[in-house]
Design a protein around this ligand. Structure first.
Ligand code: GDP
Ligand code: MG
Length: 778
């Protein structure tokens, strides 16, 4: 039987994991290995993907991928009763403890003045960002990892000026699967942090420790931060911390990042192990007795075999050995084994497979999970299902229910939109506009009084104040929108949205997560592009960014309503809705084209955790708002400022660089005149229309106002209804405004930004031509 045949509520034992390569490894890393019990929870409302429960957490995967997984039916897994075991004293290594149990006075600390660099590593949703914000306060800055658009956050631990800590992207394993995982792994290997802070979700130790086991192999001083302890103890669970420390060989500190409990102790331990370079006491978790010891012998044999190569390549030996056995080609390359050694490794691996009865990746994953099982049995007492999980189940019955999921989604997004673009956003925008207006007036008066050169006056007032002002007026929208988005993301809802919408987006070569940026695109392309940061794959991210401009943003609405009421008053709603749908339709066509050309290959396999719903922490939300606002303002005052000044210059001067009184004589008009013949085929060959479209590049709202300025007796009289229809379609599809292009440039680079401008104009031109031809034929 295959996993995709399992019905809701049924349980099964996994017998085989088919497929190959990175995806298969990812399944194994997520704990989906032969022998594990899974329970099917439900299918997404559209029938794909499926939601599974295994190892105490929820996972989604597509039916097509589930087809590769062999199972045999079992009765519903009985809830394992765990008696509260009497506390046994455990030997406890005392790592990271200064003084009391573990005198370190004679130790060998790193020289004074060495910066203690930490890497914060953990699974997604384990509370990394929350902990990072607690540790650093506002001493942090956001950047990029070189070469990839993956956020990198660095900071200094509060009260320890000689430290630096980096928040790495969430990963489940040290096997490279997504660009995030590769980034995190490379960071640990290449940047050689002085110590690792491994954050582990105490409510799901079983899966979280899988990463821990691999981090221990890095042989770098490490401390485990056992997070979410509030949730565990709140449900009557406990952890035998000392025993866990002795079993893992590293300090374990129970904390609650959200409640700021235990964080100081964590810092003390972390600083201590980093300073004294106290390495993990164990790296060896394979037992000589487990299943005949096949894995144990193989790992040790390979370790000895490649010891010298690993040292030369700067890789931890044990890590190199286990990756080599798993068949990791990156590591194999770095080790530079000769032919003979490669063959020996292969022989050892084959022998292990034969003795263990599992293939190499599964055998090693199994060895890790087996040890984790022992740790959990010995240390964790988890007497009942948690309140949070029951709450999540109840919420999910509605939010991902067969009939309710999509209405809920539409309702929630509708509410977010309404609040952002119609209620709170415009209110803040007006406030800001008023402020900017006042400032402008003051400046004007000051400049008049100071008899400043009129050209400079015009630059400051018409160029900078108007241009940057119109862009800065986006700021309230961005802040409000990201406020809601971060609530949805941190609470765990966005993961559900991806689950519900995956089937739909898969058709056009994307995965469910892309739906959110696309929807935001209907509000404003700028935050839409900014929000693609959360997409897990580079390919999906880029494709999503290139598609969002097809979603008609709110700034185009004034253009539509002006022309529709002037030319087609009786069918206004029909036409405006039609324009929105046309944007979506063209977007879909372009997506299909991209799928065949620029972005061949599949969207990332959709293997994703559905975390319990959690209350987002206010601090995380505020921090994110601050980051986004700062990011946007930085752009407003660089790229956008320059573009504004250029357009202002073209609009205000003639070729002799004299200030023009009438924009008809400006360079812009001349350029528009030159471009006009290009627009003739689509029926928009008037320089005044071209001028307004060009200024629409600054802000779409200005298209109508500039047109009204240039057409003295009204545009309505000057163009035909067919031309108006072409103009509508052209405005729908042509290049996004400069603020959006600046966001795209930041995410994808200048080349892609230029590409978007040209490509959108081309698509718009073709579409407008088609509309004109149809219009003329009617
Ligand atoms: P990341 O994905 O690892 O960066 O995780 P986040 O820091 O974004 O946290 C995920 C969710 O867990 C957020 O909603 C947090 O508010 C919540 N969270 C983080 N730490 C704790 C904790 O100690 N206790 C509880 N109850 N929730 C937490
Ligand atoms: Mg995070």
């Amino acid at each position: 039987m295959k996993l995709n045949e399992l019905k809701a509520g049924q349980s099964a034992r996994v017998t085989s994991i088919g497929g190959e390569g990175a995806l298969r490894q990812h399944f194994l890393d997520m704990g989906l290995i032969p022998g594990v019990e899974v329970t099917m929870i439900k299918l997404a409302p559209m029938g794909d993907p499926m939601e599974l429960r295994l190892r105490g957490y929820e996972l989604t995967l597509r039916l097509a991928d589930a087809e590769n997984i062999g199972i045999e039916r079992t009765e519903a897994a009985a809830v394992k009763e765990q008696a509260k075991s009497a506390r046994r004293p455990a030997d406890h290594p005392g790592l990271g403890e200064e003084g009391k149990f573990h005198p370190k006075g004679t130790g060998d600390p790193l020289p004074e003045g060495t910066t203690l660099s930490f890497a914060l590593v953990g699974n997604q949703n384990s509370g990394k960002t929350t902990l990072f914000n607690q540790l650093t306060g506002s001493n942090q800055h956001v950047g990029n990892f070189p070469g990839v658009t993956v956020d990198r956050k660095d900071g200094v631990i509060r009260g320890h000026a000689d430290t630096s800590i980096t928040d790495l992207p969430g990963i489940y394993s040290m096997s490279p699967y997504s660009s995030e995982e590769l980034v995190s792994r490379d960071f640990v290997i290449q940047n050689k942090p002085k110590a690792i802070i491994n954050i582990v979700d105490a409510t799901n130790v079983e899966r979280n420790l899988y990463l821990t086991m691999q981090l221990l192999e890095m042989n770098v001083p490490m401390v485990v931060a056992l997070n979410m302890m509030d949730e565990l103890t709140g449900n009557g669970g406990t952890v035998d911390i000392n025993r866990m420390e002795s079993m893992l060989g590293v300090p374990v500190v129970p904390i609650s990042a959200a409640k700021n409990q235990g964080v100081d102790e964590l810092v003390r331990h972390a600083v201590h192990i980093a300073k004294y370079q106290e390495k993990p006491l164990r790296q060896d978790f394979c037992g000589a007795q487990d299943h005949g010891g096949a894995v144990h012998r193989a790992l040790h044999a390979v370790s000895h075999l490649v010891e010298d190569h690993a040292e030369r390549a700067g890789l931890p030996v044990r890590f190199a050995a286990s990756k080599l056995l798993e068949g990791d080609s990156h590591i194999e390359e770095q080790l530079a084994l000769d032919q003979n050694e490669k063959e020996m490794v292969e022989h050892i691996a084959l022998q292990m497979e034969a003795e263990r009865g599992l293939d190499r990746s599964a055998a090693i994953a199994d060895m890790r999970f087996e040890y984790i099982g022992r740790v959990c049995d010995a240390c964790i007492i988890k007497p009942r299902e948690s309140r949070e999980h029951r709450r999540s189940e109840k919420l999910d019955r509605v939010l991902t229910g067969r009939t309710t999921a999509i209405p809920c989604f539409i309702g929630i997004m509708g509410l977010v939109f309404f609040l952002t673009f119609f209620l709170v956003g415009p209110f803040l925008q007006d406030l800001l506009a008023e402020g900017i207006g006042k400032l402008g007036e003051l400046t004007e008066r000051a400049m008049e009084a100071g008899h400043v050169n009129p050209a400079i006056q015009s630059l400051v007032l018409n160029g900078i104040f108007e241009g940057v002002g119109s862009v800065v007026s986006f700021l309230p929208l961005i802040v409000v929108l990201f406020f809601f988005l971060s609530l949805l993301e941190d609470s765990g809802y966005i993961a559900r949205v991806a689950f519900v919408m995956d089937k739909l987006l898969r058709r056009i070569g994307l995965s469910g997560r892309s739906i959110v940026p696309m929807l935001i695109g209907f509000g404003c392309t700028v935050p839409a592009v900014m929000s693609t940061r959360t997409l897990p794959s580079d390919r999906d991210r880029r494709m999503t960014i290139l598609l969002t401009p097809f979603m008609s943003c709110t700034a185009k609405l004034p253009i539509y309503s002006f022309f529709v009421s002037a030319f087609f008053p009786r069918r206004s709603w029909l036409i405006i809705t039609g324009l929105y749908l046309l944007g979506i339709a063209v977007g879909i066509l372009v997506a299909l084209l991209y799928k065949k050309t620029l972005f061949t290959g599949e969207a990332v396999p959709f293997v994703m955790e559905l975390p319990n719903y959690r209350l987002p922490s206010a601090r995380n939300v505020l921090q994110l708002l601050w980051e986004k606002a700062k990011d946007f303002l930085q752009r407003a005052f660089s790229v956008i400022l320059i573009a504004t000044i250029v357009v202002w210059f073209l609009k205000s001067f003639d070729f002799r660089f004299n200030l023009v009184a009438n924009s008809q004589d400006s360079i812009l008009a001349a350029v528009a005149g030159l471009l006009a013949p290009l627009f003739k085929p689509v029926g928009l060959g008037d320089w005044r229309i071209v001028t307004s479209l060009i200024s629409g590049f600054m802000a779409k709202e200005s298209v109508v106002s500039i047109m009204q300025l240039l057409f003295a007796q009204g545009v309505e009289r000057a163009i035909t209804p067919v031309a108006a229809a072409s103009l509508l379609v052209f405005s729908l599809l042509y290049t996004p405004c400069v603020a959006a292009i600046a966001s795209i440039k930041r995410e994808l680079g200048a080349k892609w930004a230029v590409y978007v401008v040209l490509w959108q104009c081309l698509v718009a031109w073709v579409a407008a031509l088609i509309v004109r031809l149809i219009g003329l034929a009617l």
